[in-house]
Design a protein around this ligand. Structure first.
Ligand code: SF4
Length: 410
């Protein structure tokens, strides 16, 4: 098979993995037109210092010995198969890099023979790039669950980032849909990566300096947002993951009939990212975001606004006197603006015009804030129609989704 044909198949097969940031969108277009939102092969990811890099996103092969029912590459799928040699992927990466198409590589694979053999093939690509071609660009390798600690050690030696996908939040769902996998085995890989990372840090050696991430599929099973967030929190806590990527389930051609025929609304994925950021950077506890009565996030309102509407007694917050923690609870005030407010108010009292200049969304924030000058908060907070007034019509697009995934400004 020609390299171009293999690339078409294996880049397309890689698009389902969201553990480096990416999100899908569909747009009608003329065949002869320019541009395509569904294009695959190159994705964007963010490095630890915040740079956005474009990566060749591809599978080494879409042959797989496993039969995960949500996956187009499962053994029982009749999808067209292809396989690159490690040398071919290394060559493609270098050629694309030299033409300035990409700044790095995201490489995953179906499982061939067993976990260690597959891991060894991925490592060969990274080793060839690093040692034979002195490639200094970004490399993200998939950590195949069940791979030996030695294989993971080698992978981390050459890669900047590793990711072992947890796939589904509930162990029972995983047993049912991916019988060859288990949370225990996947988390053992995460634990090994964490352990090797700390070991390398102490001895000042190179081991996946950009840490590890994972992917969780949203909407393939009835798992609630509360269950997904609880699993994500436990992974952040136990394995110190850099990111959990929430990936809306994509129905696949000839998919398992027990799986949904439609993908969940993209806004659900977006809400999970928002909730994830509230828990990690805004001081929210999960119990404040989802409850036993409402285990799923509102699709209409972002989770911070939902919390504020349920807790009106907490407001209004005085922008000139409140603590950082209290300001972070105000809808429409993101991390960056809260820090700007704290620094400006050392020199003068802020009014709503100052907030406008900081590009704070006053439609959202004003009912919950008091500032220098005339205030409407107390009056607005008592309004029955407040939820309608502060809930902007939300038209989620690819760029907003990606921006939240990156900055989490809420
Ligand atoms: S192991 Fe990975 S590639 Fe293989 S069927 Fe499962 S999800 Fe797909």
């Amino acid at each position: 098979m020609e390299t171009r044909d293999k690339l078409k198949i294996l880049a397309d097969a890689a698009k389902y993995d969201a553990s480096c940031a990416s999100s899908g969108s569909y747009r009608k277009r003329a065949e002869s037109g320019l541009g395509n939102t569904e294009g695959m092969g190159i994705c964007h990811s963010y490095t630890p210092d915040g740079r956005c890099v474009s990566l060749l996103k591809v599978l080494l092969t879409n042959y797989c010995i496993y039969d995960c029912s949500y996956c187009v590459n499962r053994i029982s799928s009749d999808t067209r198969r292809a396989r690159f040699t490690p040398g071919e992927v290394a060559r493609l990466t270098l050629e694309f890099y030299k033409r300035n198409y990409i700044e790095g590589l995201f490489l995953s694979s179906g499982v061939i023979q067993d976990a260690d053999y597959t891991m060894d093939q991925l490592i060969q690509v990274a080793r060839t790039l690093r040692e034979e071609h002195l490639f200094g660009g970004y490399i993200h390798l998939k950590a195949v669950p069940g791979a030996s600690p030695d294989a993971l050690q080698l992978a981390g030696k050459y890669a900047d980032r590793l990711s072992a996908n947890i796939e589904l939040a509930r162990e029972n769902d995983l047993i049912q849909l991916a019988p060859a996998k288990s949370h225990t085995e996947i988390e053992q890989s995460m634990q090994q990566i964490r352990y090797r990372f700390l070991e390398a840090k102490d001895s000042k050696k190179h081991f996946a300096p950009a840490g590890q991430t994972t992917q969780m599929i949203v909407g393939a099973t009835p798992a609630t947002d509360a269950e997904m967030l609880a699993k994500a929190l436990s992974l952040y806590d136990t394995h110190k993951l850099r990111r959990v990527y929430y990936s809306a389930f994509s129905p696949i051609p000839h998919g398992d009939p027990t799986l949904p025929a439609q993908h969940p609304p993209l806004i659900r994925e977006h809400r999970l990212y928002q909730a994830d950021w509230l828990m990690r950077f805004y001081g929210f506890d999960q119990s404040e975001i989802t409850t036993a009565a409402e285990p799923n996030l509102s699709l209409q309102q972002d989770p911070k606004l939902s919390w504020a509407l349920r807790n009106r007694a907490f407001f209004p917050v005085d922008v000139n006197a409140a603590s950082r923690a209290a300001l972070l609870r105000v809808p429409g005030l993101g991390l960056r603006n809260v820090d700007r407010i704290l620094s400006i108010r050392r020199y003068h009292r802020l009014d709503f015009d100052d907030l406008k200049r900081l590009r704070v969304s006053l439609t959202k924030a004003q009912p919950f804030l008091t500032a220098a000058g005339p205030n409407r908060a107390a009056r607005l907070l008592d309004t029955q129609r407040l939820p309608d007034q502060v809930t902007p019509p939300e038209q989620l697009n690819l760029f907003e989704s990606a921006a939240t995934a990156r900055t989490g400004e809420l």
